[in-house]
Design a protein around this ligand. Sequence first.
Ligand code: 5AD
Ligand code: SF4
Length: 438
Amino acid sequence: MTETKKLFIKSYGCQMNVYDSERMAEALGAAGYESVGSAEEADMVLLNTCHIREKAAEKVYSDLGRLRPLKGAKPDLKIGVAGCVAQAEGEEILRRMPLVDLVVGPQSYHRLPAMAEAVAGGARAVDTDFPEEDKFEHLPERPRRSIGPTAFLTVQEGCDKFCAFCVVPYTRGAEVSRPEARLISEAEGLVDKGAKEITLLGQNVNAWHGGQAGLGGLIRRLAKIEGLERIRYTTSHPNDMDDDLIAAHGEVAELMPYLHLPVQSGSDRILKAMARKHTAEAYLRLVEKIRAARPDILLTSDFIVGFPGETEADFAATLALIEAVGYGAAFSFKYSARPGTPAAEKPGVDPAEADERLQRLQALITRQQRAAQEAMVGRETSVLFEKPGRMAGQITGKSEHLQAVHAEAPERLIGEIARVRITRADPNSLAGTVVDPA
Ligand code: 5AD
Ligand code: SF4
């Protein structure tokens, strides 16, 4: 048995990467690596990267540049690039960055221990296969240490939608659903270790088809697990919101009244050019149906402004859709041309114009978010407390609608769900008092 080595993983991008980073730490943990909190303390640094927009991908290279002096001072330090940049750029990373020892794509994490061993022997290793075997079946059982009150569970990976702007179908590969029985036992394990809330993850989570029924069926089954109080899922595609999943929002008490449902644009012309395969009207009808099932649901979305060919009239249609829906929050991005995607071939919108549209869209979203926050004042909601707050005597957690809530309450309520009366709304958080520490 060799001495314990120290591992630092930095995650970029989506929650799927956060989950993958945990699983990588566990896989390397079984091979004698212990997680530490900074690159300075580590024998191995892994950057779990994101390729969705140019800025995210370039950040990895600047972070690698910043690791150069550390590697200079400590030549045995091993540096790895994982995630979607690793998948998209593979060997190119080794050529561009001589300090990188290891490149591993998202479907090959179960091979990390063997790769780490090769790297320790002085080799450089690359694995960006889409192997036949399922990495999750080959990753070690999740360890029995206790976890926080909220946990992620990847149920589905990859995407077959091929939206014209998006690299995900290329970096994460085709849609694959994990089998239901595995998910139930992993969820039971998470609850055993203290999780009260589980967020089901997938690039197209509502396309999950690893059981008899779709995601609605999985949610109904998971809701039966004793001690699992809250279920969420993300990210959904509008075309995969089937009737059973919508009905689950009205019928399953554990399914939280929150849904991230990206629409990207409100213009039919742009939606078509994006290959989203639905119209603005179809999205609005879907929202109506979801709200009929669960009237208090809080909706959020993603928007892209400045997609090639977007005119002022197209952008106005996006603002009109936002007005019609009324979102609780949204992410908005300036279109970024990504290598290998169909849209990257087309001439983009003037960048100054795109900036200006982004600001107008964000101003509207901010107004809607404020309204949603303020609507909570005077209301009672359930909060799952997760950690101490920034101020002494405060603890903080999430409402049913995924809003951050601070309350003056004893730390023993951390990990518990309590009824809270909301007394104040700030743009990004709520404050309240505990009325019933359940
Ligand atoms: N440019 C800008 N935003 C993008 N997204 C995905 N690809 C791009 C791109 N090329 C956004 C979409 C998606 C979110 C995760 O990232 O809005 O829903
Ligand atoms: Fe990308 Fe579209 Fe798939 Fe979402 S649905 S991951 S935006 S290709």
